[in-house]
Write a protein that binds this ligand. Sequence first.
Ligand code: MG
Length: 249
Amino acid sequence: MTKLGLPDGIQACLFDLDGVITKTAVVHAAAWKQTFDDFLRQRDGDGYRPFDEVSDYDEYVDGRPRADGVRTFLGSRGIQLPEGDPDDPPDRGTVHGLGNRKNALLLELIRTRGVEAYDGTIRYVEAARAEGLRTAVVSSSANCRDVLKSIGAEHLFDVRIDGVVAAQRHLPGKPRPDTFLAAAQDLGVEAKAAAVFEDALAGMDAGRSGHFGYVVGVDRVGQADALRAHGADIVVRDLAELGEPGERP
Ligand SMILES: [Mg+2]
């Protein structure tokens, strides 16, 4: 193991954004909850079964592209909506309409609350770069660039594969490994020489099926067992724990 807590031979680190670099996973969960609860209340009346911000979010939404999140969660409730168009207004009862409603709520929450970085991650990325490793951000978010800019961290990543780039290149999102594989390729390393850092179960699945050299599960909400079951090689609560064996939980 290197002093970064990674196996020898790792040359690149691929970081998820929301929940790994920034404290925005909870903001996404809140925006999804409001979107789905409004939809379900309208559909089923006051006896509706609310969206669970932890279990439903982890299982069906977190890490996936926006439209996939809508389809996957509603599918879990036996609901199928028409696809609609990507520019559907937020009040339209389509997959894209609900996705756009969620994004409008998310941007509003980000505007009012601001975005905070995880200091442990920023320090880890800086340390990795100082050791000569290459770095990428791999996110399903279409807002990735603005979020990175807002915390002044754009310069810390050699490559950015986000929702915008994935759409341009027609890459399927997490849980498929394609966006991580594209990042490794852009960095000029093979998957087995790259480490994946993810907080989402869909991200673990992508790390495992892409045969990456190391998959680090970042547990922010007490789901360590689920992260392991989905393929994490190690689970930490903060990247500061890596490379400091005495302090591992
Ligand atoms: Mg995430």
